[in-house]
Design a protein around this ligand. Structure first.
Ligand SMILES: Cc1cc2nc3c(=O)[nH]c(=O)nc-3n(C[C@H](O)[C@H](O)[C@H](O)COP(=O)(O)OP(=O)(O)OC[C@H]3O[C@@H](n4cnc5c(N)ncnc54)[C@H](O)[C@@H]3O)c2cc1C
Length: 489
């Protein structure tokens, strides 16, 4: 084992997030070393991947690798949640995936290796130290001995439970998962189930190898209070209360029952000038959405572009960090809101504290309720940009880097809008001259876009009150103030 390995980027952790970001950065021309402590294939929970993961795999150019692996492609899942009667929920717009995570993660890691990523595996990275910006040192332990990695940029992709960064993870609401793999059940590979219990919920799926993973999600306090000496017996007694899943009790458990933390988590900060966190190391969402892998891959995609920009254009550090923080926050807020909505939809059992606590949507500042402009316009109407609309600079992804470009700010928008479809909004709105007619404006826009596109944008701007009548009087007190820092950026 060589005593020292020098690399530009060191990725610690070879799960979906680590493998995807390492591959992306190698494709962008960087020298990448990935350190993974487990020998693959290794077991990992998180086998159900809904169809919404497929566009993310497309963006990472990993879909062919995954689709050719022969994993199960479920068309639907059986849900018992809002009524006692289960219903079959079809996956749309196409089938999802039920994978063996050991194999899935190995495929992604192999895809990273084919792009030139140097892989140290099995190799456990110890606590990193820094001698100054872009000067990281990591001790690494391998079966052959100890080594040291020196890197300019450090990516933490160690998942949720590694303790690599020694950060204490605080949870407002703590959830535990008890799960086990069953054999010789009557379930067919690809079948999956979600069902509510009185103070817990259940998830089960028949995996490609024919085993059935049955998981119970419950409050950590309940598990602590019950102190089940006989964990397996307790787990079995919970499953016996789940009409859709309890068929697995006729089979036999192939491994001991596992307990793991399944709480929501958000790292205090996911990025700095020479480091970032991706996947579960940055945030963990409620497993009810079954989108943990998808969101880990999405953060790898965004994080890869952030790391590439930090390394190639350090002058943009502030904008890049703000962009990545915003993206992580956006993902977490959307996931929390969706999970709260699903918990609130549970309608079989009374709203016990378990259900109530998880039904609370996150407190976020909502875009202002802005009345839609329903008045029809005339081509001869004289218009101007609304006093509430402004063009501000915002970071966006362009050509695999983060660029600062002008975007439309309006209080009714969730965040500044740089593009409407493929159209750069600022380029069109900069052409608006106060007092010109709608016809004159459309004639100007026509030089850049076809008539139907100009028409769609005009209607959207009119309906959203971005373009208003030049004569419209807006009482000064009703004007909202534009925040100096755009919201959520
Ligand atoms: C109970 C439960 C059920 C879930 N169900 C689903 C589901 O159905 N669908 C879904 O999409 N998601 C699900 N998830 C979430 C999903 O499993 C995770 O979001 C996903 O695995 C995150 O990927 P990652 O690459 O960030 O981390 P991980 O997959 O955890 O990978 C981290 C890697 O880092 C390595 N590592 C850690 N420390 C070190 C170190 N010091 N040195 C070197 N290597 C290190 C580990 O060995 C590991 O391979 C579930 C989660 C839980 C808790």
């Amino acid at each position: 084992m060589s005593p020292e390995l020098v690399t530009e980027i060191c990725v610690v952790g070879g799960g979906p997030a680590g493998a995807a970001i390492a591959r992306q950065l190698a494709l962008l021309g960087h020298q990448v070393c990935l350190v993974e402590k487990a020998a693959f294939p290794r077991a990992h929970i998180g086998e159900s991947l809904p169809p919404s993961i497929l566009p993310v795999l497309d963006l990472l150019d990993l879909r062919p690798v995954v689709e050719s692996a022969g994993f199960c492609r479920p068309q639907s899942a059986f849900i018992r949640w809002s009524t006692h009667l289960p219903f079959e929920k079809p996956y749309e717009p196409e089938a999802g995936l039920l994978v063996d995570r050991g194999r899935f993660d190995q495929l992604l890691l192999e895809a990273a290796q084919t792009t030139g990523v140097t892989l140290l595996q099995p190799a456990a990275a110890g606590r990193p130290t820094t001698q100054g910006q872009n000067q990281w040192t990591l001790p690494v332990r391998t079966p052959e001995g100890k080594t040291t990695i020196k890197a300019q940029f450090l990516i933490n992709a160690t998942g949720k439970h590694s303790g690599f960064d020694r950060q204490v993870k605080h949870h407002a609401v703590t959830t535990l998962a008890l799960y086990g793999y069953w054999h010789d059940t009557a379930f067919q590979p690809g079948e999956s189930f979600v069902e509510a219990g009185a103070n817990e919920w259940f998830w089960g799926a028949a995996l490609p190898d024919g085993s059935f993973n049955a998981a119970v999600f419950l409050a950590a306090e309940r598990y602590a209070a019950a102190r089940p000496h006989q964990r397996t017996a307790w787990y079995r007694s919970l499953l016996a209360q789940a009409p859709l899943l309890k068929g697995c009790l006729e089979g036999h458990l192939s491994r001991s029952v596992q307990v793991c933390d399944a709480s929501f988590y958000l790292a205090p900060d996911p990025i700095g000038p020479d480091w970032l966190k991706v996947g579960d190391a940055a945030f963990a969402i409620d497993p009810l959405s079954a989108q943990g892998v998808q969101m880990a891959l999405l953060s790898a995609l965004q994080g890869g572009i952030a790391a590439h920009t930090l390394l190639t254009q350090p002058a943009k550090t502030e904008a890049v960090c703000s962009f990545y923080r915003h993206k992580i926050q956006e993902t977490v807020t959307r996931s929390k809101t969706a999970a709260a909505y699903f918990y609130a939809a549970q309608n079989i059992y009374p709203a016990s504290p378990f259900w109530q606590q998880r039904s609370q949507p996150p407190a976020v500042s909502q875009p202002a309720q802005w009345p839609q402009n329903t008045r029809l316009f005339e081509l001869s109407d004289r218009i101007r940009l609304s006093p509430s609309a402004q063009l501000i600079t915002t970071p966006v992804i362009q050509n695999n880097a983060i660029e600062l470009i002008p975007a439309l700010y309006h209080p009714s928008l969730e965040s500044p809008m740089a593009y409407l479809g493929d159209v750069e909004m600022a380029a069109l709105l900069e052409l608006v001259t106060p007092g010109q007619t709608i016809l004159e404006l459309v004639q100007q826009w026509r030089r850049q876009h076809d008539l139907s596109m100009c028409w769609q944008i005009l209607q959207w701007c009119w309906g959203q009150d971005i373009l208003v009548l030049a004569a419209a009087l807006v009482p000064p007190t009703s004007l909202p103030t534009v925040p100096s820092q755009p919201q959520l950026l």
